[in-house]
Design a protein around this ligand. Structure first.
Ligand code: PMP
Length: 459
């Protein structure tokens, strides 16, 4: 660490008073300050400013897929910066690294998803997808196709438009481009299924979607956007067959099917892209970020079909969209090196083996009294805590049940992410079977201790 950086926890926190955290209770932070300063990382471990070594159970923020401190990526970034620090991909400019990454992504992406527009974050990639589709329909002479179908429970980012596509409670107290978005039902059978069978619930979801399309009119709808597995909304896996049926409906009504694969791509579910390999769909656009560089550099992309590209690249019109750092040389170098590492180490294949072990290790926690549902797939998992298992009743929000368990886990050497009454686990994909077992043990101990400490009558 450079010597002019604050070294002690006290000095870091003093400087941190100037930093406005994202997605935080800023008032609480004013009283308590940040809880954890992470100062270094290697493999699946991070180190805090008090010298504690912690297992990174959340992969940074569902992004450090190949693990921390990988020399191959760091060297590639460094070499790139000393060759070409920056040039843009605006106007008629390009550079070899962005061009090579675009080609590589086109090869990895399903079907004719061959055209890649870079940006810097998942929010912007999602925002961009809608802008591009609006432009596409304008050019086709169908300017009324503007609405976006999204879902309750979705998380698509926090720009003005992507937060509008995100589930409404997340934008409470904030404005958003709400006029553009219609939210469909959350596809969560365990919570929303009521007395229905899973097959009936799936039919109900698709019927609802059809009704919404017919109510607002397909001529007014540009696209349906979906995370194949909802992430920040609580790791929700829709019923089997849902994705394909939703896509079929989109095709029937001429609505573009957009996949937000910001979390699900780059190995987290055992494949470079999950849409086709896992969910049997061929989106018109796939948006990526996070795992494409394993978080070593900010880079995102909106990957579109040749058909969309043909329309937006037709005569008489300029593509008036793009950010200065789109395809930044350092980001593109990180992306290429990260993908090369994943290919050499056969990381997606490895996840197809270790992912189910991780999944089963966490599912085994389902025998604990306050664990309502353990859900997810491979290295994208969530644990929902309940006060009453049979009735699925939630704990009082004031008990901060997720945070209690996360704090215990951190004291025992594991970083997990609390989200209200849910705990999220999205570790690096390089986790060994031994480390998987260790995570299971820490969580079991943490949840059991929290159960013992809850006030009488809390559950
Ligand atoms: N989509 C999904 C599914 C996400 O999980 C996230 C971030 N967690 C985003 C979009 C937004 O990405 P970013 O924070 O890079 O803007």
């Amino acid at each position: 660490m450079s010597s002019d950086l604050p070294q002690t926890t006290e000095d870091i926190l003093a400087a941190d008073a100037h930093l406005v955290q994202s997605w935080a209770d800023l008032n609480a932070l004013k009283q308590t300050g940040a809880r954890t300063a992470i100062v270094s990382a290697k493999g699946v471990m991070v180190r805090d400013s008090d010298g504690n070594e912690l297992l990174d159970g959340i992969g940074g923020l569902w992004c450090v897929n190949v693990g921390h401190g990988r020399k191959e990526i760091i060297d590639a970034i460094s070499k790139q910066l000393s060759t070409l620090d920056f040039y843009s991909t605006f106007y008629t400019f390009t550079h070899p690294t962005a061009a090579a990454l675009a080609k590589k992504l086109a090869q990895l992406a399903p079907g004719d998803l061959n055209r890649v527009h870079f940006s810097n974050s998942g929010s912007v990639a999602n925002d961009g997808a809608v802008r591009i589709l609006h432009h596409y329909y304008e050019r086709l002479g169908r300017p009324s196709k503007k609405l976006v179908l999204s879902r309750h429970g979705a998380y698509h980012g926090s720009t003005y438009l992507s937060i509008a596509m995100t589930t409404p409670p997340y934008s409470k107290g904030w404005s958003r481009a709400e006029g553009i978005v219609r939210h469909l039902r959350k596809p969560h059978f365990w919570r929303e299924g009521g007395d229905m069978t899973e097959a009936e619930f799936l039919n109900a979801l698709i019927d609802d979607m059809r009704t919404e399309i017919e109510t607002v009119g397909a001529e007014n709808i540009a696209c349906f956007i979906q995370e194949p597995i909802m992430g920040a909304g609580g790791v929700i896996v829709p019923p089997k067959g849902y994705h394909r049926r939703a896509q079929d409906l989109c095709r029937q009504y001429d609505i573009k099917f957009v996949a937000d694969e910001v979390v699900t791509a780059f190995g987290r579910l055992g494949h470079f892209f999950a849409s086709e390999a896992v969910f049997d769909t061929r989106p018109d656009i796939i948006n990526i970020a996070k795992g494409v560089t394993s978080g070593y550099q900010p880079l995102a992309a909106t990957i579109m079909t040749d058909e969309i590209h043909d329309v937006i690249s037709g005569p008489d019109g300029v593509f008036t969209h793009g950010m200065t750092y789109a395809g930044h040389p350092a980001g593109a170098a990180a992306g290429l090196a990260n993908i090369a590492l994943m290919e050499t180490e056969k990381l997606p294949e490895r996840v197809r083996h270790t992912g189910p072990i991780f999944e089963n290790t966490l599912r085994a926690l389902g025998d604990l009294d306050i664990v309502g549902e353990v859900r997810g797939s491979h290295f994208m998992m969530g644990i929902e805590f309940v006060k009453d298992k049979a009735k699925k009743t939630l704990f009082d929000a004031g008990l901060n049940i997720g945070m209690r368990v996360a704090r215990k886990a951190q004291d025992k050497g594991l970083v997990a992410r609390p989200l209200g009454h849910i705990l999220i686990l999205s570790p690096p994909l390089t986790l060994t079977e031994e480390q998987i077992a260790q995570i299971g043990e820490i969580l079991r101990e943490s949840i059991t201790e929290v159960m013992g400490e809850l006030p009488r009558g809390a559950f």
